[in-house]
Design a protein around this ligand. Structure first.
Ligand SMILES: NC(=O)C1=CN([C@@H]2O[C@H](COP(=O)(O)OP(=O)(O)OC[C@H]3O[C@@H](n4cnc5c(N)ncnc54)[C@H](O)[C@@H]3O)[C@@H](O)[C@H]2O)C=CC1
Ligand SMILES: O=C1[C@@H](O)[C@H](O)[C@@H](O)[C@H](O)[C@H]1O
Length: 339
């Protein structure tokens, strides 16, 4: 069976994922597109031989759409995901699942009422080969119980629409998800401290930010978010355990020796850094839809957890930069354990 995917939102990442589903993932075809910008929807749909729909509800309701991909703006995600769940269709939603914890919980409740998982959230780092190797080492136990994690998430620059809360909501949210998965542990408190800001930023922005998290088992995480670091897109993660440490590898790159120097290029954006991870993410999602199975990737509950933790992080930033307790509801049985 070829999975017929309908896409809501044909912007930057929507177009990337449409190309990916068309060229890099077997077993799926994008057959429908909608966007509030009708011309963009028409142009994008024409490139892959898909039809257009006037809006998300019409696309979701169509009988010949097997699964839905939501790549519209974050505040619109909840409505589309809820409609897809009501229609009983598998839905892949780019992060965030929703922009409020309340909306995430509505989705969780709708899925529980449906009785099985339909929703997957686009936290693609779980599909990155380096993070998967890191998890294998942690699960294998050779470095012993994890004690500390040191991370950095650096972007060369951001546009002036980026504001201080987005450091947690848009950027650190990827570490928040991947660390819960890596450590199989829940984040219970969040704090932000801000050093002196770089002069190479828009005046309204606090950048860099240092985020400090604590897990239920007492692991301490420090995460530097620096979105105007100038030199490149750089993702670092090192976990220190009782018997050793494990570090995320840098992406493979040729070493160049010239003019008395030896170096490798640094990537400039997340598209290149996580291209393979996105491909794997969609291959595994399509395979689950094709088989009629529940998705195995980040769940609606993971989307809720990420939103609750980013909310606590933003509260710390916007108040007195003290630790804020993460107020998370108990995890329903539908979502299993943290592994
Ligand atoms: N996993 C990742 O690394 C990344 C995830 N994202 C996420 O993907 C989502 C989209 O981001 P971008 O593509 O950068 O934004 P974008 O602004 O380039 O594209 C969004 C598109 O959705 C359309 N749209 C908005 N509301 C709509 C609605 N209700 N129905 C139909 N179309 C609608 C807009 O007209 C636009 O064409 C965001 O939630 C963002 O956080 C974005 C970049 C990376
Ligand atoms: O989701 C993403 C962007 O929105 C965000 O701005 C980047 O920092 C992330 O690394 C990327 O994956």
């Amino acid at each position: 069976m070829t999975v017929r995917v309908g896409v809501i939102g044909a912007g930057m990442i929507g177009q990337e994922h449409i190309r990916r589903l068309s060229d890099a993932v077997a077993g799926a075809r994008v057959t429908a597109v909608t966007d509030i910008d009708g011309a963009r929807a028409d142009e994008t749909a024409a490139q892959v031989g898909a039809v257009t729909f006037p809006d998300g509800p019409a696309l979701i309701a169509a009988d010949d759409i097997d699964a839905v991909l939501v790549t519209s703006w974050g505040p619109t995600h909840a409505e589309h995901v809820l409609n897809a769940v009501a229609a009983g269709k598998p839905v892949f939603c780019e992060k965030p699942l929703a922009t409020s914890a309340e909306d995430c919980l509505r989705i969780v409740e709708a899925e529980r009422a449906h009785g099985r998982r339909l929703v997957q959230v686009g936290f693609m780092r779980r599909y990155d080969a380096g993070y998967r190797q890191l998890k294998e080492v942690l699960d294998g136990g050779s470095i012993g119980a994890p004690l500390m994690v040191h991370c950095a998430h650096r972007n060369p620059t951001v546009p002036d629409s980026y504001h201080s809360a987005m450091a947690a909501q848009d950027t650190a949210v990827h570490e928040i998800d991947v660390l819960r998965w890596l450590l199989e542990d829940e984040i219970v408190s969040a704090q932000v401290v801000t050093p002196r800001s770089t002069s190479k930023r828009f005046a309204h922005l606090k950048d860099p930010q240092i985020m400090l998290f604590e897990t239920a088992k007492g692991v301490r995480i420090d995460l530097e978010v620096f979105v105007n670091c100038q030199y490149g897109y750089d993702i670092q993660c090192e976990t220190v355990g009782e018997d050793g440490l494990v570090r995320l590898p840098d992406p493979a790159a040729v070493g160049v020796r010239t003019a008395g120097r030896h170096g490798t290029a640094v990537l400039q954006d997340w598209k290149g850094r996580f291209a393979d991870a996105f491909d794997t993410e969609f291959r595994e999602w399509v395979a689950s839809v094709e088989a009629g199975d529940e998705p195995t990737g980040p769940s609606a509950w993971d989307g809720y957890a990420a939103t609750v933790i980013t909310d606590a992080t933003v509260r710390s930033l916007e108040s007195d930069q003290q630790p804020v307790t993460v107020d998370m509801k108990p995890r329903p049985a539908l979502y299993g354990g943290l592994a």
